[in-house]
Design a protein around this ligand. Structure first.
Ligand SMILES: [Zn+2]
Length: 211
């Protein structure tokens, strides 16, 4: 099914001053808050350290179910076509209007590569040939781990998907680093531009740390 184009009136990409007014928005989505109710029986949960464990968790006082919360994988790629990088301008919150590489939350029953291909289709309507996994970025504050593949746009065709306002190719020196949605994306783009010699590189986004 062909995605429906979203029409939102926003400044042109060159008018990034508009976005300086929302720079104070939280840059990284925090983890979803814990559920207040048991997923098994519906009773209100309490927060305590379960027997034999070393940290507090949401525990059901009725059925004793322990609600574990763990980091979520985010998967994306840096698609290249004839020496230029494909970026998507976000049509959704958070960071609406900012540019990003195609990336998103992994789904159940999906591999890393399948997730990267799906996100690229959804956000850029593009088919890519995935290369190496070259960047992993830990984002502990958000409870996420971000994985990025090298990729090549197969036929040069792309257009905005439902989650994108715009999709464009940028030469390396044209990439709008001041308007990239998330620090993990900045890191992945910089690692990509460093070239493939380093192989897989691990980085972490920590509060207050420089990029
Ligand atoms: Zn329960």
């Amino acid at each position: 099914m062909k995605p429906v184009r979203v029409r939102v009136s926003l400044p042109a990409p060159s008018e990034f001053r508009f976005f300086s007014s929302i720079q104070s928005f939280q840059e990284i989505p925090v983890p979803a808050p814990p559920s207040k109710f048991c997923s098994q029986c519906g009773a209100p949960v309490t927060r305590r350290i379960p027997a034999g464990e070393d940290r507090e968790r949401e525990v059901c006082p009725v059925c004793n179910f322990i609600h574990y919360r763990n980091p979520i994988p985010v998967v994306g790629c840096v698609p290249e076509y004839k020496g230029r990088i494909l970026l998507c301008r976000r049509a959704i919150h958070p960071r609406l209007g900012y540019w990003t590489v195609p990336a998103g939350f992994m789904e159940l029953d999906e591999t890393l590569e399948e997730a990267a291909l799906r996100e690229t289709r959804e956000e850029a309507c593009a088919e890519v040939r995935l290369g190496e996994l070259f960047s992993i970025v830990d984002v502990p504050r958000a409870g996420q781990v971000h994985f990025f593949f090298r990729a090549e746009v197969v036929n040069g065709q792309f257009e905005p998907g439902v989650e994108s306002l715009d999709v464009r190719l940028f030469a390396p020196d044209e990439i709008p680093f001041d308007s990239i949605a998330f620090r993990s994306g900045v890191i992945a783009l910089r690692r990509y531009l460093e070239g493939p010699e380093k192989g897989l590189v691990l980085d972490a986004v920590r509060p207050g740390a420089p990029d």
